[in-house]
Design a protein. Structure first.
Length: 397
């Protein structure tokens, strides 16, 4: 038998259905399980807790597949998980049969496949595998996904450094069908996007900001908009369609800005109202401050500033810095949509950072809305770590 036994008292999180087992919680490993192999999990008392994928090198030594259930983890298990995900997404308005849409089909632990992300882009799927357990069953996952969706192709984007912590090598390549090297076109709330699934960030695009982009469109009319860390310009495109008087898109990547420019033309938007600026956002905001510029709407959607707990203080300073600068640039009555995609940045701390930035900027600012993950990025209530995206919509007096 291949199994692990937890130290006394370390079963509490498992009894609350939390999917992770940290290395320090393990009292004994029996049977020399392979990387990613399924093991029985027992409390110190001998109580059976569930089945988990074993990872011998990761700090997260085990990830639960199931709790209190000894049904084998096999092809049938993953078939059931995918069936549920497809049905649940359809009930929320996301249909795998829609060949133009884009959404997340599997959101890792929150959908029952820890460390596995599956995103749909039109008739293609992009998969990121970050855990030993999903790696162990990757062939079954790929084959079942192709079978159940009838997709044209599946690309594996397991090229993140996170895999190294699991003792896994990076991998990128086609695992089913055909995946063209040219960008695939999708529709998001009627806006056309070209997605580079081979080289784009994450699996190709930031699907999790869909709802927030739509909201910015609704608020942008006659406003001067500054879109920072714009990547391929999603927020700015929706602001333009919403009637913004002008939009400045700022990003450090010239390649991303070129795509943003092309998307303005693709969507028949007014190119005379938008400027694309290649710059470090921190430097750009300081230059705007020095010129005493003002904007009616600013979007701050930075990349992850906090990769580990060791980076928390530095990351918090980064968030405060950009928000402080942005608040100094807001015109009276201006709005700021500010986000963090760092999972280690808790919403309470994020709100405190924003409050401190407002105080230091000598601005009176109200929180008028909150943003989070959309319905295709669900959060399992037993797994609060899954709530990585948080955002606030602020208005200055």
């Amino acid at each position: 038998m291949k199994a692990i036994t937890l130290h006394a008292g370390k079963e509490k999180s498992a009894l609350r259905y939390h999917p992770w087992i940290f290395s320090g919680a393990i009292e004994k490993v029996m049977g020399e399980p392979e990387c990613g192999e399924t093991v029985d999990v027992y409390a110190y008392s001998g109580e059976f807790l569930g089945l988990a994928a074993f990872s011998p090198t990761s700090q997260i030594r085990g990830r639960f597949w199931s709790f209190k259930d000894k049904a084998p983890i096999n092809r049938a298990f993953f078939s059931n998980v995918l069936d549920k995900a497809i049905a649940n997404r359809k009930s929320r308005g996301f249909d795998v049969a829609d060949k133009a849409s884009a959404f997340r089909l599997i959101n890792a632990e929150n959908d029952g496949i820890p460390g596995c992300i599956i995103d749909k882009y039109a008739d293609l799927y992009s998969i990121e595998i970050l855990s030993a357990g999903a790696e162990f069953f990757r062939k079954d996952i790929f084959e079942l996904l192709a079978e159940k969706t009838g997709c044209r192709g599946i690309l594996e984007r397991s090229d993140s450094d996170i895999r190294l912590k699991e003792g896994l090598e990076k991998r990128k390549g086609i695992v089913f069908g055909e995946v063209p090297t040219e960008p695939v076109e999708i529709l998001e709330n009627g806006m056309r996007f070209k997605i580079d699934v081979w080289n784009g960030h994450k699996t190709g695009y930031y699907l999790d900001q869909r709802d927030a982009r739509k909201r910015i469109e609704e608020l942008a009319e006659n406003r001067r908009v500054l879109n920072c860390f714009c990547y391929t310009g999603g927020f700015g495109l929706f602001a333009l369609r919403g009637g913004a008087s002008s939009v400045i898109q700022v990003d450090v990547s010239s390649d991303a800005l070129k795509i943003a420019e092309d998307l303005v033309t693709l969507n028949n938007l007014d190119a005379s109202k938008v400027i694309h600026t290649e710059a470090d956002v921190f430097v750009y905001l300081r230059k705007c401050r020095d010129r005493a510029e003002q904007f009616d709407f600013i979007v701050l959607d930075p990349p992850k500033f906090i990769e580990s707990k060791d980076h928390l203080n530095k990351g918090a300073r980064g968030y405060k810095d950009i928000n402080l600068l942005a608040m100094k640039l807001l015109a009276p009555g201006g709005m700021l949509a500010t986000f963090s995609c760092s999972g280690l940045m808790e919403i309470g701390l994020f709100q405190k950072i924003i409050a401190d930035a407002a105080s230091d900027a000598h601005r009176s600012v109200q929180i008028i809305e909150r943003f989070g993950q959309p319905a295709d990025h669900p959060l399992n209530t037993a797994f609060p770590e899954g709530q990585y995206l948080k955002g606030l919509l602020l208005q200055a007096e």
